[in-house]
Design a protein around this ligand. Sequence first.
Ligand code: GLN
Length: 476
Amino acid sequence: MSNLVFSSYRDLREKLLSKSLSVESVVSTFLARIEEKARLNAYLSVFKESALARARELDAKLASGKPIGKLFGLPLAVKDNIAIKGEKLTCASRILENFTSVYSATAIERLLAEDAVILGKTNLDEFAMGSSNENSAFGAAKNPINEEYVPGGSSGGSAAAVAADLALVALGSDTGGSVRQPASFCDVVGIKPTYGRVSRYGLVAFGSSFDQIGVLSKTVEDAALALEVIAGEDPMDSTSSDKPVEAYASATFDPKRLRIGVPKEFFADALDKEINAMIRGALEKLQAKGAMLVELSLPHSEYALATYYILATAEASSNLARYDGARYGYRAKGVKDMAEMYVKSRSEGFGREVKRRIMLGTYVLSAGYYDAYYRKAQKVRRLIRDDYLKAFEQVDVIASPTSPVPPFKFGEKMTDPLTMYLADIYTVPMNLAGVPAISVPIGRNAQGLPIGLQLIGNLFAESTVFAVAKLVEESR
Ligand code: GLN
């Protein structure tokens, strides 16, 4: 029974609606497989009883003939930095190890309203800071394609869960690539929507002007379906957009009218040769369908990584000030006064990478350096955004690799934070610009490791992004 695998939610939904399978049997299959594959460390908590109870409720709902939701019976995993009422919310950090959410994220409320079933919470780099999952305080998730390799990060647990059939769809969060890079490392689809497309209410803040909840799944259509449900205005998040949500799952784009931008800066020497060839191969297939490839320039690309690591750490240092031992989570024992409580709680509760970022962020915001670093980076962010908006006057989507390197082994990049940060070179610009981007699998390299193609769209052009991603998926 535990080898029952679904190619997509459409496939599962058909079987549920025809009653050839019950939601309960599907959910118990997934739960059994999560247990079998516990060594992947994809989940930090599993909602065994509540998921089964909910499955039975859904079966009863279908039997009663009541109208059912768009995601009826969908087995879903949720990154453990997104709040679900009454469940733990650890952010893979010691400081929140015993913290329980008192409310649910808007995205969660919307998924539940459409009859999804949440199986549990997935592993991540502590507070979503990292690109390999190795910064999790509870041990890294493994890449199901090859367990000697990292699953990517920070949503590595979500990517591993989908890739290993431990969930059909998973939520992640993307501040600088954390949905797209792990999707690419684990051979699944991952979308980061336009900033403001999905409410951040209930997503633990890292870099508030970058953070977006995103979706990981096996197929483009499943990601589109889930995004349709979670997107839209929310009075609880003033940065959420009131633009109407389109029908992403049924979006199409005529390849004969399609103009794909190929930025010269993204295909420079630093790019892995094999990845370069594979990306070009995938683009040629679209060209064969009638698409036009347009070489273009995004002149400020070389500053994106530095700009991101200044602004995201600045925002993180401010957002993480709330973990002080008084209000949230871990409090150090045996302290003599309040100052010592702050210092000890934070010193013992946060891991190395989180501390490094708090220090970097505090430094760039400090009185003497604010103008030289923070203010300057804000200006460069604007220039980068303008590069993209200008490019979209000429093209419908921009193509790039998702990652400059294939998945790497555990330990390979942990000694030098800078080489780890370099892994984000193709994903952070879209968070700086606020534009949507998806990673779609395009095949395996000579070592059998997955490679992803990134498609970037104009602000709120998710329909175009999904439609073109579907063309890539079909021509694989
Ligand atoms: N890897 C990037 C970082 O470490 C992105 C993280 C994210 O998107 N949450 O900041």
